[in-house]
Design a protein around this ligand. Structure first.
Ligand SMILES: [Zn+2]
Length: 439
């Protein structure tokens, strides 16, 4: 690897953790590591197991069970994690590495004023913060005007050039003509503004945009089923059913799933009918529409924290002090409805609207709004892995899965807020954070 010699700190950590002199590469480190926390939460079942240990061999989970039953080779590196619970590496299914909080810079100003080069460097820093927080996988749902730069971030992470989570990227995302920002409403009509996503009108353009994005490296296709295009600024459907079907059929032919931004009842219903694989936000969806998700097996990412964060920035909401805002209550109602009906709920936060590395807020909010702590952890591990079609690679602590692991002080399976205190992170067998040597 080109970057092998340059990033000494990862190599140093790897060497310390693995007891080898090997510097970082894209290949998982060789050797055995025995992890000994107080508890292990495997994602099989709901309870954490006290007194369990996990053995990692060449980047793969080799064994998990009571510490006296896990047979580690004599030369295995032993990492003690006292006071912690070890979990699968966490997954956030809705991130924007190319955005930063709107109370720092409004979305319009980020897209219009920040050069793509600068945004890409920011995204690299955000990727690192995410990984250090115990999130080893992200589905990043659109660069918001930064083109295909997410494909480069993913590549740099995969090559070991920069630390970051496993990335599933959507590139530019697809919107209906003049339905997405910046503008055109509110700007001089003769301005040619850069788009926050790729605009299409008609089935042919829908097919073309899907193929272009797939060809340039999109793992998922993201479309916007609705947006604030009503004459009164209300959220209304944007892409037609025929356009969305064309996107879904084209994406599925190439083996790619489709995620739909949709928050109005009609927008969600049309997107589900078009055959998308996940609904993002869904705040305004009715019980009948959530039943449709359940019937179709469509996943749902509630993005509760995006609503909370915008309430903080623009409606003077203070967590733990203020009454929830009307928008927060609407999001909570949707979430509780989906939960009651047994819709597949994945952990997707819309991080980027709020600070990267604070991804723990979404599982915490899911518990605030009615999930048990184990349900929220499942949504961020094995359920999320299944939504990504990666359940055979990661998402649980089980033999033969990749060694994506995190440890948190306390026990998030009983106190979800303990996710705020990561002390250990391993991705694909490489240690990025340990209590002994935190970068
Ligand atoms: Zn988003």
């Amino acid at each position: 690897m080109r970057w092998k010699q340059r990033y000494g700190w990862i190599g140093l950590l790897t060497a310390m953790a693995m007891g080898s002199a090997m510097a970082t590469t894209a290949a998982p480190p060789k050797g055995d590591v025995l992890l000994v926390p107080d508890r292990v939460w495997t994602a099989d079942g709901d309870a954490a197991h006290t007194g369990w240990a996990v053995l990692v061999h060449d980047g793969v989970i080799a064994a998990v069970g009571p510490v006296d039953t896990v047979k580690a080779p004599a030369n295995a590196q032993r990492i003690a994690l006292p006071g912690t619970t070890l979990t699968p590496g966490l997954i956030d299914l809705h991130s924007h590495l190319f955005l930063h909080p709107y109370n720092e810079t409004l979305w319009n100003d980020q897209v219009l004023k920040e050069p793509q080069d600068y945004r890409t460097l920011e995204a690299a820093a955000h990727a690192r913060a995410t990984l250090m927080a115990g999130f080893t996988t992200l589905r990043d749902l659109g660069t918001e005007g930064a083109g295909f730069a997410d494909v480069s971030i993913k590549r740099a992470i995969d090559e070991g050039m920069i630390p970051g989570p496993r990335m599933f990227v959507a590139t530019r995302a697809i919107v209906a003509t003049d339905s997405y920002g910046p503008g055109p409403r509110g700007f001089r009509p003769d301005l040619d503004l850069p788009g926050g996503a790729q605009e299409i009108s008609g089935v042919d353009e829908a097919i073309r945009a899907t193929r272009e994005q797939a060809g340039h490296g999109a793992d998922w296709i993201k479309l916007y089923a609705d947006y604030r295009v009503g004459a009164d600024g209300s959220t209304q459907p944007t892409l037609s059913l025929a356009e969305m079907k064309a996107i879904v059929d084209t994406a599925h032919l190439s083996g790619r799933p489709v995620a739909a931004h949709a928050s109005s009842d009609e927008g969600v219903r049309l997107a589900v009918e078009a055959g998308v694989d996940s609904i993002e936000h869904g705040y305004g969806a009715s019980e009948a529409t959530f039943r449709l998700l359940k019937q179709h097996g469509t996943a749902y990412e509630p993005t509760l924290t995006a609503v909370e964060a915008t309430a903080q920035y623009f409606e003077h909401y203070v967590p733990g002090q203020s009454e929830p805002t009307a928008r927060m209550k609407e999001a909570e109602r949707a979430f509780r409805t989906a939960l009651k009906l047994g819709v597949t709920i994945g952990n997707g936060s819309d991080v980027g609207v709020f600070t990267h590395g604070d991804n723990w807020r979404e599982p915490a909010n899911m518990v605030r709004d009615g999930m048990t702590p184990p349900q929220a952890l499942h949504a961020a591990t094995n359920v999320a892995a299944r939504i990504l079609r990666q359940q055979d690679k990661f998402g649980r602590i089980a033999p033969n899965l990749r060694a994506d692991l995190a440890a948190f002080t306390g026990d998030p399976s009983t106190h979800i807020d303990d996710l705020q205190h990561p002390v250990f992170v391993m991705k694909d067998g490489t240690v990025y954070r340990t209590p002994q040597a935190t970068p």
